[in-house]
Design a protein around this ligand. Structure first.
Ligand SMILES: CC(C)(COP(=O)(O)OP(=O)(O)OC[C@H]1O[C@@H](n2cnc3c(N)ncnc32)[C@H](O)[C@@H]1OP(=O)(O)O)[C@@H](O)C(=O)NCCC(=O)NCCS
Length: 180
């Protein structure tokens, strides 16, 4: 797995779209697109709300490195309009990689999320020790579940009451794909 600063640019297969490393100059667009309750409500509890410019500045400089794994900007015509990541497990779980994604609401519904999920899985499997790539999705997040399914993940099952979001305990639906 590459250190975050050494991430290559990966084309998404649509003109102008790619995954690339975060840059300091992404802070304003990150704050603009991430400060959205429709994005935040489905993210893990660590995703800030409101998503202020100082928070965005910290993410694009240190936060994405301290978070661990590989954390990418989703870029459209070089503007950061979303984020995604790959987080390998440790110890006996080192054959697993968790993936996650979010996209600016203005770009929803055009197949971007599905392409991102498929690319993350392919990138994770480029590490020969990874045999399982999984994505936990909060109950009710039908868009993200559809993204997982359409990009080749299968539903493993539901982990009831397995996470806290905004002070409430939620079920997580675990989607996964496996090395063939
Ligand atoms: C999840 C997210 C990345 C999807 O991005 P996207 O680019 O809109 O996704 P796509 O266009 O590739 O696919 C969306 C699918 O959901 C479907 N969909 C949209 N609204 C839906 C709904 N209310 N119920 C069920 N399916 C729905 C679309 O029809 C599409 O499926 P299709 O390709 O079979 O038609 C984006 O909605 C997002 O950032 N959401 C908020 C953050 C989030 O949920 N992150 C994931 C946490 S697990």
């Amino acid at each position: 797995m590459a250190s975050t600063d050494a991430l290559p640019t990966i084309e998404l297969g649509l003109p102008g779209w790619c995954l690339r490393a975060w840059r300091a100059s992404d802070a304003p667009s990150l704050a603009r697109h991430a400060d959205n309750v429709n994005v935040w409500r489905w993210m893990s509890d660590s995703f800030p709300h409101p998503y202020t410019l100082p928070i965005a500045e910290h993410w694009v400089t240190r936060g994405h490195i301290d978070f661990g794994g590989e954390n990418w900007a989703i870029a459209c015509d070089d503007e950061a309009v979303g984020g995604c990541g790959i987080h390998p497990g440790a110890g006996q779980f080192r054959c697993n990689a968790e993936v996650g994604w979010w996209l600016a609401e203005s770009h929803w519904g055009r197949g971007i999320g599905t392409r991102v999920a498929a690319l993350l899985a392919a990138r994770a499997f480029a590490d020969p020790q990874i045999t399982r790539v999984f994505a936990p999705v909060h109950a009710g997040n039908l868009r993200s579940m559809r993204v997982a399914e359409a990009s080749g993940f299968v539903l493993e099952g539901v982990q009831p009451k397995s996470a806290i979001k905004d002070g409430r305990v939620v079920d997580r639906w675990i989607w996964a794909t496996y090395r063939s």
